[in-house]
Design a protein around this ligand. Structure first.
Ligand code: GRF
Length: 198
């Protein structure tokens, strides 16, 4: 069974969706540890309620590289094979990316490469796109720039606010994160340049 490490900073609804998929037998994996940079992250509480191992790794004024070294140590301690970013609000340094090459997966609330970075749903509304969505991708050393594993489109409605659009995108996030992990863990994919096939 593949061991996952979850990294989150907030409410952790994507983490919960993954945990549910595992509990319901839709994803063959185990969550080895849930790590947060925020002590009071709701997702960390939920992980504890589920009886999962958790770790709080505070930033505490050190460099990104030093921080990531501790992340790598913690993930190795729990024998993590794949890392799932689920609302983790820190940019990873090459220290993390090189420790888990093509083994770190992120979910982003836009159709990348449109609207990387923070407040993607607000960016989409402000730009006036008629379709947005979400993307699950491998993490490379750039910002939301790694190879795409799965995407889902969500129409933008005339009356949408940031909240209403985010809500509809989130429902799709929960669905495609599991689908993407299933595809990745099945091993039946290959990479052709930037394209992930399978
Ligand atoms: C999601 O919108 C995700 O796409 C983004 O951060 C948000 C995290 O939400 N990276 P949650 O903590 O999983 O509920």
């Amino acid at each position: 069974m593949t061991s996952l490490g979850i990294l989150l900073s907030g409410r952790g609804s994507n983490f919960q969706a993954i945990a549910r998929s595992i509990a319901e037998g839709r994803l063959a994996a185990r969550i080895a540890v849930v790590i947060s940079d925020r002590k009071n992250a709701a997702g960390l509480d939920h992980a504890r309620q589920l009886g999962l191992e958790t770790a709080y790794v505070p930033a505490g004024g050190r460099s990104r590289e030093e921080y990531d070294q501790e992340l790598v140590r913690t993930l190795r301690e729990f024998a993590v094979e794949y890392v799932c970013l689920a609302g983790f609000m820190r940019l990873l340094s090459p220290v993390m990316v090189r420790a888990f090459p093509v083994r770190i997966v992120n979910i982003h609330p836009s159709l990348l490469p449109a609207f990387p970075g923070l407040d993607a749903q607000r960016q989409a509304l402000e730009h006036g796109v008629k379709v947005s969505g979400c993307t699950v991708h491998f993490v490379d050393e750039g910002l939301d720039s790694g190879p795409i594993i799965r995407q889902a489109a969500v129409p933008v409605e005339d009356g949408d606010t940031e909240e209403s659009l985010s809500r509809r995108i989130l429902a799709e996030e929960h669905r495609i994160y599991t689908e993407a992990l299933k595809a990745v863990l099945s091993g039946s994919w290959r990479q052709d340049g930037r394209r992930i096939i399978g």
